[in-house]
Every structure is written in C-alpha cells, then in structure tokens.
Write a protein that binds this ligand. Structure first.
Ligand code: AMP
Ligand code: MG
Length: 456
C-alpha cells in the first residue's frame, strides 16, 4: 500500500496556539456550538453553555436597597454632627415603605436589604448612632406610623453621610430588559446566581459536543485486564475523558487501537463521527507511529504536525472533511492562512502518548477547540507569576511546561519544579499542581525570579 505523506509543519508554541484559536473561532462562528439545544433545570445546567441570553426581568435592584443597618436620613440634615432626629418608622427587609416619608429632621430605622423610604437620600450606619430616648415596653405603638416605631423615639447621629451613601439605587446594577449573561457563556456558580435572581428556573443550553478518545499502541491494555510484563495500562483514555468532561463535553472512549493500519483506520473513522477526535500515541517518529499516515489516507488537512514545546512536541492538529478532498496545504502550513472550516469538517488532535504530554497538550490546544464546539468563546490562556524557589538549568530551543509545585500562602506564593522522570511520570504530575513555563531562550533561571506558570 502506498502511504500518503501528510503535510508537515512544526511551529512555535504561540503559532500553534494562534492556529487553534483561529480554527476554534471559525468553528464557533459557523456552528454556534453544536447547534442543538436543550432545556435544563437551573442546577443541572451548571458547567453548560447558555444557548439563550439571561435577561433582567426587572430592575436590579428592584428598589433602592439599603446596604447597612442604620437610619435612613436626609444627608443635609446630618451635615453637622452630632445631631438629633425624630424616628418616624422602622423598615425591615421585605417591607414596602410606601406610606412612609422621611422629612427634614426625621429618620427611619432601616435594615440591610430593606427599601429606602421616600425623602431619604442616605443611610447612616447604626454604629454611628445612639437611641436618644430609650423606648419603654409599655409605650404604645404609634398607630399613625404603623412601622413598629415607638412614639417619641429619637436618634442621635454622630457622623455625616453624603447623598447616596449606604444604599444602591434602583436599577443601578441592571435595568429591566438588559442582558445579564450572554449566549455562549458557561454557567458557573456566579452565572447560576444571576439566572436564579432573574427567575430562570430552567435554561436553554447547547447540547454537549461529543469528543472521541482513541488510545493507540500495541503495548496498551484496558485497565481491568491483567497487563503482560511489557504492557502498560491505558491511563490516557481516562485522563483525557476526565479532561474532556471538565471542559464541558461528553467523552466517548473508543477501543484501543493497535499499531496496525487497518484497525487503526476503522477506529479513526468511528471517532470522526463525533464532533472532535482526540488520539493519543503513535504521532512520534517511530516505525510504528502510524496515526499521521492513516489520517493522511483519510485526506486529512493538517494545520500543524508539531509544536516547539516540551513535553508534547509531536502534537498534531487537523481536520477531515467527510468525502471532501483536503486542500493540500503549502509545505509550511504555518505560513499559509488557515482555511475556512466548513460546518461538516471534523477536527482531530493527535496527542503524544506519554501521559504527561497527553495532559499538557490537551490543556494547551484541545481545550479551546472543545470550548468552541460547546458554543463558547474559548478562554484565553493566562499565565500567572510566582517567585522561583530554586534555580533551574535547562536547554534552550523549546518552550517548556514542566510539572511544578506552587506552595506558600496568601501573597507569598513560590514555585519549584517537581523532580520527575520525564513525560511518562504520572506520579510526579499528580503531586504537582501547576506547570512552570520556561521560555525557549532561557538556560538558567535564578531563585527569586518571577516566573510564569500555568495552573491546572
Ligand atoms: P507513543 O507516543 O505512542 O510513542 O507513546 C509514548 C509513550 O507513552 C510510550 O511509553 C507509551 O507506552 C506510552 N503510552 C502510549 N499510550 C498510552 C496510554 N493510552 N496510556 C498510558 N501510556 C501510554
Ligand atoms: Mg505508540
């Protein structure tokens, strides 16, 4: 059989990420997620992507809301302090003070979350007041006021307030009809709070994209099988499935593909029925690394066939068009503009088989594609910085994402490399809590330097 040589191109990390972002943005624009939607109970929609905006059904807040316990006053009355005001009522949260007006020389006792009465334009915190004439239990309620205030009660105000202090005006957070959350937003607990406050007990979300996970390798066996002395268990399908689920998609674990063309091709074709296919293993330079060749036979278009990173250098990104001949890319795909992906193109990543490489390349490249297929604008990759605990010496040429431990507390974060045995070392990765990012031109980084890191 004649093998089709795929277009090759090893690109810098930034270029690889730019290509992924561009394809992801186009996939999002052409498909708007999977296109299909469903309606879920609010809590079941946690982690899902909104297919409808959440709109304010009324003003937020719906009334001028006191943010402190204290006294609703006219700021002008308390410009000079101390001063004494007559208490004309009490407003609890939930009360509607529509028969109460605070006139000059008056105050109303008010609780946090209660509606400001008319006439008042500020709230003095209770801490800066004292009841001037303690009430007696036998004093009758003032029937005309009706707010549970005791007739003849006065309050001494010790501090001035400005107009607008200690309350939020009606509609200050949002006006009725205003969009609170956009379509395409992934619902986290804050988004759930907004939907709940707008009365959305059920929300419309995009169907989760289906992501096929296909591990390859003659040495790889299922985790419940007894491995032979030279075999290893298929941990990648499980770590990837977990990452896929975290990213908001449904993982479809396929059977393990042997390093044999026919069966590998069958399984790849099965995987291409999903919205995205993630392969692991078989993308290096070994004699039995067949993934790119088989994808080439399936007329794949390759966007890149490697990135200058460690771990994960052999990572491959491309797409297959159902029955459509691939546009054959220029010899350096990085220099060519990435073509407009048609709605029916199926994307794939060939991730290296080493478990740490698999996990890192998923985060760097597959995650944004999944987010786009889920209907959301992919999140930017943001590196944080922490102080390096111990000097690092490394080789130049590749951008490195090395398992590291971020420790310390509060403002004193420090980071150090986890001592590892290379990209197969899952035990070290499990102990690590971030990746230390080392630029390709650095040979030595001194202790105390601020270094970028990627949380995981
Ligand atoms: P490959 O990328 O196929 O050359 O594999 C690189 C390394 O990753 C080898 O040591 C493989 O045994 C290991 N490996 C490949 N696939 C898996 C898998 N599914 N689970 C765990 N380790 C794997
Ligand atoms: Mg292999």
């Amino acid at each position: 059989m004649s093998s089709i040589t795929p277009a090759t191109g090893v690109v810098s990390f930034e270029e690889a990420r730019r290509i992924v972002d561009e394809i992801a943005a186009k996939a999002l624009a052409t498909r708007g997620g999977s296109g299909e939607t469903e309606i879920l109970d609010l809590l079941s929609a946690r982690g899902r992507v909104l297919a409808e905006p959440i709109v304010a059904d009324r003003d937020f807040p719906p009334f001028a809301r006191a943010t402190r316990d204290g006294y609703a006053v006219r700021a002008a009355d308390v410009a000079m302090t101390p001063t004494r005001l007559r208490v004309v009522g009490e407003i609890k949260a939930g009360d509607l003070p529509d028969h109460l007006t605070v006139d000059s020389g008056q105050a109303a006792s008010i609780m946090t979350g209660a509606a400001l009465p008319s006439g008042a334009d500020a709230v003095v915190m209770v801490e800066y007041t004292s009841v001037a004439q303690p009430s007696h239990p036998n004093v009758a309620k003032d029937a005309t006021l009706g707010w549970g205030t005791l007739a003849g009660e006065f309050v001494d105000i010790q501090r001035s307030v400005s107009v607008g202090e200690n309350f939020v005006p009606r509609g200050a957070e949002a006006r009725a009809g205003q969009r609170l959350l956009d379509r395409g937003r992934r619902l986290d607990h804050a988004g759930i709070a907004i939907a709940a406050s707008a009365g959305k007990s059920r929300v419309q979300v995009f169907r989760k994209p289906r992501v096929a996970v296909l591990s390859t390798g003659d040495e790889v066996v299922e985790i419940d099988a007894a491995p032979g002395p030279a075999q290893i268990r298929n941990s990648n399908s499980y770590s990837l499935a977990a990452q896929v689920q975290n990213a908001g998609a449904e993982a479809v674990r396929l059977a393990i593909a042997p390093d044999e063309r026919g069966r590998l091709r069958e399984l790849i074709e099965e995987g291409l029925e999903c919205d995205l296919l993630l392969l692991t293993g078989g993308v290096s330079m070994g004699k039995y690394d067949l993934v790119e060749q088989v994808l080439g036979e399936l007329k794949a278009e390759f966007y890149f066939t490697g990135a200058e990173i460690q771990p994960g250098r052999p990572v491959v990104f491309g797409s297959c068009g159902a029955g459509i001949p691939a546009r054959v890319r220029a010899s350096n795909p990085a220099s060519a503009r990435v073509g407009m992906p048609a709605p029916h193109r199926k994307y794939f990543f060939g991730l290296p088989g080493n478990p740490v490489s698999t996990m890192v390349t998923f985060e760097l490249f597959a995650q944004p594609m999944i987010e786009a297929l889920a209907g959301m604008t992919p999140q930017r990759l943001i590196f944080l910085r922490a102080r390096l605990k111990a000097e690092i010496r490394t080789k130049t040429g590749l951008k490195r994402f090395l398992p590291a431990v971020l420790s310390g507390e509060f403002e004193n974060a420090e980071v150090e490399l986890a001592r590892w045995q290379g990209s197969g070392d899952i035990a070290t990765l499990a102990r690590a809590n971030c990746y230390l990012v080392i630029p390709p031109d650095r040979e030595r980084i001194e202790a105390g330097e601020w270094v970028p890191l990627l949380m995981r």
